[in-house]
Design a binder for this molecule. Structure first.
Ligand code: FAD
Ligand code: NAI
Length: 502
């Protein structure tokens, strides 16, 4: 009895301590303190974007060194790896976004956050022009800002290869709006199929879901659609669920080329069991309102009826990035993106004051969140060092302008020059690959992980739990972790919604 009493007390104290800590952290997060004001003597650092690169940069940046201005058409960070889960309602949209001000309000010096899209970068005059692209606009909706340093992290957009009908008829999977649009379209297809008097052929068409692109986005999305079907739609649409068909179209001979052969085989066999059709060596040639035109390995084109097409065929550069690169045609000659040096500086810019990172750059790394995050953290350190350099240079200039001559001034100057030499040595960026993970549906995931200087390729339910815990810990805030964990629990207990409410 004594032991049980002690155990009870220890448990109670632990619960109270954990609850108290949780409340304290959440409360601290919600109540940011005073910030240093804008300082006209400091340099202006403009950050374009609020995605992986920009947010990880901001999270580590020491803002005492600069007046920082963030410009992005969305005023939040989006945790893209969990976007396919939002598309089928496993997670709520707010669970995977973090307002940018939740990051910037905790910085030492206040940061200006402007919801706008940059439309032009002028490296000669060191300005960025930007416009308010939202539905509601004030009297001023277009202006320019001068920068001393520019961090360019505007990502990429979805590649359509100008294939007819993609923009008009397909859903994308890049932004939160895309996930919501797909969810609405998917539910509309179901309800239209349930409309009285629909022929069996029309029901089959409406319930044929085509995912284009066998990269990780297409695979994860197909897996999520399959889970929605198995775990929810079979219960609520029993008469229709057997008509739902998922096809994944990939132009290359196999899906997931970045994963090991073993994991590609595992994914293909999991999809086979889940009755998801994988059509490899098949190109989408056109998308029509009610069908998709495919060209298979035999070169023959055929038109396949479908209710929804989701386009996940990779990245391409944004227009503003192409325009910026065109200003330095000799140095910027890589069609994949901005060429940067080992310190993430855009090549060819005479003032050497534009840094680019993430999906808009052409490096030897894949365009992933992992790379953009490490680049962001690295760049925050580099800009700290550059601020130190600038400060020492200023002090040297002040000494040089000082009219007093003498040994003491000379000694001071020498000491400053020595310091400058020390802080001028910038370490190059080095990427450390932590492995690749992807969810493939049916509560299974695959992982290619660096392990004991080799590689560990693993797939299955245990990997799925690892996938979940890895993403949970990678979320930026306690708020997001709590929301995502509770969404997973809610979905497990109550299932997903089958009504779409905006
Ligand atoms: P983004 O994160 O795309 O950010 C770009 C930012 O620029 C956005 O805030 C955007 O609003 C802003 N912007 C756009 N235009 C302008 C403009 N004109 N002016 C100013 N700002 C602008 N990678 C992984 O490593 N693991 C994963 O599991 C993973 N899953 C993914 C799942 C999906 C569905 C998708 C689409 C991608 C996934 N990725 C994953 C890839 C990862 O999301 C990208 O590599 C990463 O977002 C790149 O970061 P970024 O900062 O370069 O660009
Ligand atoms: P992707 O570029 O990796 O894959 C796109 C696929 O679409 C390619 O395999 C391509 O062959 C195919 N394709 C292109 N045009 C086609 C056509 N007309 N018909 C048929 N197939 C066509 O793009 P994805 O999946 O969006 O990924 C983009 C980046 O984000 C990648 O670097 C990826 O590694 C990363 N990412 C990583 C994830 C993870 O690690 N879990 C999840 C999602 C994305």
């Amino acid at each position: 009895r004594g032991f049980l009493q002690v155990l009870g007390r220890v448990t109670l104290v632990s619960i109270l301590a954990a609850g108290g800590t949780f409340y304290y952290v959440a409360h601290k997060d919600r109540t940011p303190g005073e910030q240093l004001p804008h300082d006209p003597t400091k340099k202006t650092l403009v950050v374009l974007g609020s995605g992986w690169g920009a947010t990880s940069f901001l999270s580590k940046l020491d803002t005492t060194d600069y007046n920082v201005v963030v410009i992005s058409p969305r005023n939040y960070f989006l945790f893209t790896p969990l976007l396919p889960s939002v598309a089928v309602g496993t997670l709520g949209p707010r669970s995977i976004l973090q307002p940018t001000r939740y990051v910037t309000r905790h910085k030492a010096r206040s940061v200006a956050v402007i919801e706008a899209a940059a439309t032009e970068v002028d490296p000669e005059n060191q300005t960025v022009t930007f416009s308010d692209t939202s539905e509601v606009q004030g009297a001023v909706s277009n202006t320019s800002i001068k920068y001393d340093y520019l961090v360019y992290a505007i990502g990429a957009e979805t590649q359509t290869f100008n294939i007819p009908g993609v923009k008009e008829h397909a859903c994308f999977m890049k932004e939160l709006d895309d996930a919501e649009r797909m969810q609405r379209r998917f539910m509309d297809c179901l309800e239209s199929a349930a409309f009285p008097g629909q022929s069996e052929e029309e029901v089959d068409r409406l319930l044929h879901m085509v995912v284009v692109g066998g990269g990780p986005t297409g695979i994860e999305l197909s897996g999520e659609i399959h889970d929605f079907l198995e775990e929810d739609l079979r219960s609520w649409y029993p008469e229709l669920s057997q008509h739902i068909k998922i096809s994944l179209v990939e132009a290359l001979p196999s899906v997931l080329p970045m994963f090991s052969k073993k994991l590609i085989d595992y994914t293909e066999s999991t999809f086979k069991e889940a009755k998801i059709d994988i059509l490899t060596k098949t190109m989408v040639k056109e998308i029509k309102e009610k069908s998709v035109v495919l060209q298979g390995p035999d070169g023959v084109k055929r038109e396949v009826p479908c209710g929804m097409v989701v386009w996940a065929a990779g990245n391409t550069l944004r227009k503003i990035t192409r325009d910026l690169m065109a200003k330095f045609p000799e140095a910027q000659n890589n069609r994949r993106g901005i060429v940067v040096d080992e310190h993430m500086r855009m090549a060819g810019v005479p003032a050497n004051n534009i840094f680019a990172l993430g999906d808009c750059t052409a490096t030897s790394y894949a365009p992933t969140a992992q790379v953009a995050t490490q680049q962001g953290h690295y760049l925050a350190r580099i800009l700290r060092q550059i601020a130190k350099q600038d400060k020492i240079k200023e002090d040297i200039r002040a000494l040089e302008q000082d009219s007093t001559e003498g040994v003491e001034v000379e000694i001071k100057k020498k000491a400053l020059e020595k310091q400058l030499e020390k802080v001028s040595k910038l370490k190059p960026f080095e990427y450390s690959h932590q492995g690749s993970l992807a969810y493939i549906g049916s509560e299974k995931a695959i992982a290619d992980l660096p392990f004991l200087s080799g590689n560990l390729a693993t797939g299955g339910v245990a990997t799925f739990l690892f996938w979940r815990s890895a993403y949970l810990s990678n979320l930026f805030s306690l708020r997001n972790r709590t929301l995502v964990a509770s969404d997973w629990l809610k979905t497990k207990i109550f299932g997903r919604y089958v009504s779409f409410v905006l």
